[in-house]
Write a protein that binds this ligand. Structure first.
Ligand code: NAP
Length: 346
């Protein structure tokens, strides 16, 4: 068998994160669903196998967060990496700034919370450094400068190798950058959720900030698996995701069917490949692809060696405009600040 580093080079494109020594694959595995919470449960052995298979498909970046399954996702990522002796081959991205109490989540990006969280994450991940540490959501009750200062301190101590923020606006990033270096932005981005194109994408490019776009498959909508009668069970967030509720669900599913036909006719691919290739061709660093079964990552192998030309991009835009007449963004996912009605899906 070829050594892992050799396999990685063959299967995937890589990009450097400016201002750091990190080189990341252009597709990352996202492990929110692996935590189980808001995704109808999880299976540890299957999850470990999925993370291992990500590496076999050339992925070297694993994104997790303490809140995903309230520690469970980080623990599973830590187990997969430690037991496979893979630490040197993997770039671990995790987050801080959300707290939970009996399953109710709210924002807390205070100094004391982040100092506690970093130690908890290191323990769960079974490592002594985090490659990319991201503030999960801006906290309106804590000055951005306080959050930036503590992130800078962790960076200077070597506990984290890159500083990131997620779900921040350009103005919030500006304030952050007056206090600390900022290497990574993790915003929502996919064919159906393109809000960052107005400002965050050009801002990050201009300032050499890597973009890890989350929700590459729009929570599975862009996989091509969804049918008008697909139903979700348990605490699956798609039961309350406005894109998965009529009348919008039928519009999005119709758009996916047309995008799938376009992918087949123009590129000999399927909609899942088109959606992720499109993201990469828009100039972001990495697409975060959520998976919890090893076979879900099979399509990653078909992303390299082609790109989406201007006329196909125009055709994609036309399909979206004609079919999704009532578009909606990912705002439903935003957790509340402390004291507001907490976000709970038990
Ligand atoms: P996503 O990538 O848009 O979709 C993931 C879901 O798509 C999977 O759980 C699976 O659903 C389905 N899927 C994946 N591969 C498939 C395949 N080959 N065929 C059919 N279905 C497939 O979703 P996401 O998990 O929301 O986003 C990706 C990652 O971004 C997260 O895991 C997390 O790391 C990150 N994220 C960050 C934030 C933030 O605030 N920073 C927010 C959201 C996500 P089923 O298993 O149910 O079929």
């Amino acid at each position: 068998m070829a050594p892992l580093t050799e396999t990685l080079k063959i299967n995937t494109e890589f990009m450097e994160i400016p201002g750091t020594a990190l080189k990341v694959s252009r597709v990352a595995i996202g492990t929110w669903a692996i935590g189980g919470w808001m995704w109808g449960g999880t299976d540890t052995a299957e999850s470990v196998a999925t993370i291992r298979s990500a590496l076999e498909h050339g992925i070297n970046l694993v994104d997790t967060a303490p809140v995903y399954g309230f520690g469970r996702s980080e623990e599973i990522v830590g187990k997969a990496i430690a037991e496979g002796r893979l630490r040197a081959d993997v770039v671990i991205a995790t987050k801080a700034g959300l707290q939970w109490d009996g399953g109710k989540v709210s924002r807390n990006a205070s100094r004391s919370r982040i100092m506690q969280e970093v130690e908890d994450s290191l323990r769960r991940l079974r490592t002594d450094y985090i490659d990319i540490y991201q503030v999960h959501w801006p906290d309106p009750l804590v000055e951005i400068e306080e959050t930036a200062e503590v992130m800078h301190e962790l960076f200077k101590q070597g506990k984290i190798r890159a500083v990131g923020v997620s779900n921040f606006s350009t103005l919030q990033m500006e304030r952050f950058r007056r206090v600390a270096p900022l290497h990574v932005l993790q915003p929502p981005y996919n064919l159906f959720e393109r809000g960052i194109e107005a400002d965050l994408l050009p801002y990050s490019r201009k300032n050499d900030i890597a973009i890890l776009g989350y929700g590459a498959l729009c929570r599975g909508l862009l996989s091509g698996r969804m049918k008008p009668d697909t139903v979700f069970s348990g605490d699956d967030l798609r039961r309350s995701d406005p894109k998965f509720i009529e009348p919008r669900f039928a519009q999005y599913v119709a758009a996916v069917q047309k995008l799938d036909r376009l992918a087949q006719q123009r590129f000999g691919k399927r909609v899942i490949h088109l959606a992720v290739r499109w993201m990469l061709d828009q100039g972001i660093t990495t697409a975060l692809w959520g998976a919890r079964h090893p076979e879900q990552l099979q399509p990653v192998d078909e992303l390299i060696g082609w790109s989406i030309d201007a006329s196909a991009k125009a055709e994609i835009d036309r399909i979206l405009q004609e079919n999704v007449v009532d578009p909606i963004g990912p705002e439903f996912m935003a957790p509340p600040s402390r004291g507001a009605a907490a976000y709970s899906r038990k």
